[in-house]
Ligand binder design. Structure first.
Ligand code: 8X3
Length: 251
């Protein structure tokens, strides 16, 4: 990891994205951080610049708008990006398929599938130039469907399969592709899914030790720091007390 190169992180203002920004900054990595929330990005930037002396560029991008993604990439055309952490994604609600609000399906498809795909596509020329590394964040939901999870689970299966396809399409370029699939990580994820219902959101993480965003970020830093001939292709990471998407031992 050299100093003129940048790691690009989507969904960088909280959770796994923010933790990746922190852990990479600790390693001296320059960062390009994307999110919707300007204040959170600015405050993260000032902490990272002060604490670790890295260069941090922040961009407020609404990933639902593909034109904003395209215009962002035009703006960083002369930057050397050698890491993409394609992290932005969300679940909205946990509801039987037929009762789901279309707007929730639409939002998940827009962010988890469409934006995810366009970001990866536009990052690839950078990564080919730098022989870089794409880290896609999927989920245990990408390999196990569960009640009320329909489109969210399907969107994460999409991430898993695109990751595999990218490995094939990028073979011979030196670009590495890693799919990190977390289980229960205590972040804003559940507050977003349950639309601000703190009690329900907290109940997801009660009675056992869930993963922290840092646990995932540490693993990502490990994958990124392997020698060039080593591609960690897929890692499923769960709390010790979680054995499947629907089986968590709580006390
Ligand atoms: C987050 C984990 O099990 O809530 O992707 O889908 S889960």
């Amino acid at each position: 990891m050299t100093n003129t190169r940048f790691a690009l992180i989507t969904g960088a203002s909280s959770g796994i994205g923010e933790a990746c920004a922190v852990e990479l900054a600790k390693k001296g990595k320059n960062l390009i951080l994307l999110a919707r929330r300007a204040e959170k990005l600015e405050s993260l930037k000032s902490t990272l610049v002060k604490e670790y002396g890295v260069e941090v560029l922040v961009h407020v991008v609404d990933l639902v708008n593909i034109y904003e993604i395209e215009s962002f990439f035009k703006g960083i055309a002369d930057r050397d990006v050698d890491v993409l952490i394609n992290n932005a994604g969300l679940a909205l609600s946990k509801t039987p398929f037929e009762d789901y609000k279309w707007e929730d399906f639409d939002q998940m498809i827009n962010v988890n599938i469409k934006a995810f795909t366009r970001v990866a596509q536009l990052a690839i020329p950078h990564l080919k130039k730098t022989k870089g590394h794409i880290v896609n964040i999927s989920s245990i939901a990408g390999i196990e469907a569960y009640e009320g999870g329909s489109v969210y689970c399907a969107s994460k299966a999409f991430v898993k399969m695109i990751s595999k396809a990218l490995r094939i399409d990028l073979i011979g370029t030196g670009v590495r592709v890693t799919d990190i699939a977390p289980g229960n990580v205590e972040t804003e994820f559940s507050m977003v899914r349950f639309k601000g219902d703190r009690e329900v959101a907290d109940s997801i993480y009660k009675g056992y030790a869930p993963l922290s965003a840092k646990d995932i970020a540490d693993t990502i830093v490990f994958a990124l720091s392997r020698p060039e001939n080593v591609n960690i292709e897929y890692l499923l990471i769960m709390p010790t007390a979680q054995a499947s998407a629907t089986r968590t031992h709580k006390v």
